[in-house]
Design a binder for this molecule. Structure first.
Ligand code: ZN
Length: 329
């Protein structure tokens, strides 16, 4: 238990516990390189994998110079998106006046704070570029021109191509939800390495709901509660989710089950939330420094979250069922 022995403060109002301090930041060059190396074949589209090895070599030798370049890239105006504001590590650009969507700025700041406070996700170690388009036409034209390999049938895209992650989002009724979902991916992938797909998506589904409504307002909640409350209700298999590797393996059922496990881990108890945070911490680049991506995947298979749960929360499957049976506002 010692390795989990930090002191955490349980917030009974929000039913989260809060980290007392941020994780130290360091290994900036390693983080940057690791992010470039990350397998990004999910709804994250990797379109410059060929440049990755080169980035690795350059980052080792010319780290300072590259950070300078990244800074330039983040601040460089793009003619298609003339309105621009820096929100911490996020360079937000739009083809319409940003004053029209001030709530986006608050949402982005809140999301990052929540990821740090509730799960101990380190602050992003690299920039993120968020691009907002007033119309579907403008969005499609931009995607076709800049990222011809990317699909056009989605309202939002996250593109990780060696440099800063780029989010492309249309302005429609779901814009804020899409921003929160994709920004969660962007923050996680700017700070961690090789996140299992179920967890990446489960966290994005959880955090896409506005702050203050996340525990109760997700459309998955009702069906998860219904199946947990059935006679002989059982928890969905977390081992099965842990085996998933590609986005096409994630259907509605997988999204629902991933969201449900994240909900359980965050809200069940201080210990369950601590275990999730502890697991996420094992995915920070400094914990994986010096090991290859292949080795990192092997390690993940050897020490999945289920192993941690079996050790510290042996009745977690039963607890999951009870959690959803009894979950009330
Ligand atoms: Zn997603």
């Amino acid at each position: 238990m010692n390795q989990l022995g930090h002191i955490y403060k349980w917030n009974s109002h929000s039913r989260h516990f809060v980290f007392p301090a941020l994780f130290p930041t360091g290994f900036r060059n390693v983080v940057w390189t690791a992010a470039a190396l990350r397998e990004t074949s999910r709804d994250i589209i990797s379109i410059a994998a060929r440049g990755i090895v080169l980035y690795l070599l350059l980052a080792c030798v010319f780290t300072g110079m590259l950070f300078g370049q990244e800074g330039d890239l983040l601040r460089q105006p793009w003619p298609e998106l003339p309105n621009m504001v820096m929100l911490g590590p996020v360079s937000c650009r739009a083809d319409f006046p940003l004053v029209e969507i001030e709530e986006v700025q608050q949402d982005i700041a809140r999301l990052q704070t929540d990821l740090i406070r509730y799960l101990g996700i380190p602050e992003p170690q690299e920039g993120i570029i968020l691009c907002l388009f007033n119309t579907q036409q403008a969005y499609c034209d931009f995607v076709k021109r800049k990222y011809p390999m990317a699909p056009l049938d989605r309202p939002a895209l996250y593109i990780k191509a060696g440099g800063p992650g780029v989010l492309l989002i249309q302005r429609d009724k779901d814009m804020l939800l899409n921003i929160r979902h994709e920004m969660t991916h962007a923050y996680l992938n700017a700070a961690l390495r090789n996140i299992p797909i179920w967890l990446d998506e489960g966290l994005a589904k959880y955090f896409e709901t506005p702050q203050g409504q996340r525990g109760f307002d997700n459309p998955f909640l009702q069906s998860v509660q219904k199946s947990a409350s059935r006679l002989f209700g059982r928890a969905p298999s977390l081992e099965r989710l842990e085996k998933l590797q590609m986005i096409h393996q994630m259907g509605e059922r997988e999204y629902r089950e991933s969201w449900a496990w994240v909900h359980f881990l965050i809200h069940e108890s201080p210990l369950s939330q601590k275990l999730l945070a502890f697991y996420l911490r094992s995915l920070t680049p400094e914990k994986q420094y010096g090991i290859s991506m292949e080795q990192s995947f092997i390690n993940q298979k050897k020490t999945p979250l289920t192993k941690l749960l079996e050790e510290f929360l042996p009745d977690y499957r039963k607890d999951f069922v009870e959690h959803f049976k009894n979950w009330k506002p």
